[in-house]
Design a protein around this ligand. Structure first.
Ligand SMILES: Nc1ncnc2c1ncn2[C@@H]1O[C@H](COP(=O)(O)OP(=O)(O)OP(=O)(O)O)[C@@H](O)[C@H]1O
Ligand SMILES: O=P(O)(O)OC[C@H]1O[C@H](OP(=O)(O)OP(=O)(O)O)[C@H](O)[C@@H]1O
Length: 212
């Protein structure tokens, strides 16, 4: 059994996270790649094992302790509100969560807001003192205002290309997002030395990338 088990997100964050792990001098083999179908990898010499999960599920694995650590976007942490420690900002996969809509959008009394982030959206509009109807969608959120399902959307914006190509504009920024290293609460206590030294290595790699 490995000393530390780490849940890694499939998809966008994966390559950047691997790059960071390699910069931290961890012996990640070439076979651990985004296009591989293998979901687990063990590095016995480094005392580490990794598994690949859907990004939204990473905090769940960490909260339940089947992973000691996980890599996940701050957006997912805000949406999932899992009972985990956020221990390091990895400063990778930057983006933002924003409210967007058609340029000619006009305020209505009870607007419909389409999003993949219902809790973040509910919380944001509640803080703004605005009553909205939140409609959950799994993806292609930008479609909603175009085809008349919603007045506005809450979604990730990175380059802004998707908004632009669909004739939408960013109206308000809710928060900025980067990926974070998270830890299971019990592991953080019981494996503190191991976690701390893993975290220190990554901190150096993060600083190396930021100042490179
Ligand atoms: N342009 C972007 N769009 C979406 N997520 C982004 C973007 N840039 C960075 N991210 C980060 O990547 C994470 C999502 O990665 P990805 O799109 O691979 O997962 P997903 O949305 O669960 O994928 P799927 O399309 O399989 O549902 C987000 O949680 C966010 O932190
Ligand atoms: O600002 P940009 O660089 O264009 O990136 C933002 C887009 O990327 C994401 O969609 P994704 O590609 O994950 O597809 P989805 O619509 O299926 O969620 C996000 O939901 C936006 O649509």
């Amino acid at each position: 059994m490995s000393d530390l088990t780490i849940a890694m997100p499939k998809g966008r964050i994966f390559d950047e996270a691997l790059h960071l792990l390699r910069n931290a001098n961890l012996p990640i083999p070439e076979s651990f790649a985004a296009d591989s179908r293998k979901l687990t990898i063990s590095l016995p010499d480094a005392g580490l094992s990794f598994f690949l999960a859907k990004p939204m599920d990473v905090p769940t694995y960490v909260e339940y302790g089947v992973a000691d650590l996980g890599v996940v976007g701050k957006d997912v942490l805000l949406e999932e509100s899992r009972d985990v420690y956020e221990i390091l900002d990895l400063k990778i996969s930057p983006c933002r969560i924003a409210v967007a809509g058609m340029p000619d959008w006009k305020p209505v009394l009870y607007p419909r807001v389409a999003t993949k982030y219902p809790k973040i959206a509910e919380r944001y509009f509640k803080e703004q003192g605005q009553q909205v109807e939140v409609i959950y969608l799994n993806g292609s959120i930008e479609l909603a205002p175009i085809i008349g399902l919603a007045d506005r959307i809450v979604d990730i914006v990175s380059t802004g290309q998707t908004l632009k190509e669909n004739g939408l504009v960013e109206l308000e920024q809710i928060t900025t997002v980067t990926s974070r290293l998270i830890a299971n609460r019990a592991s953080y206590r019981l494996k503190n030395n191991l976690i701390q030294s893993f975290c220190d290595r990554l901190t150096e790699a993060v600083q190396g990338s930021v100042y490179a």
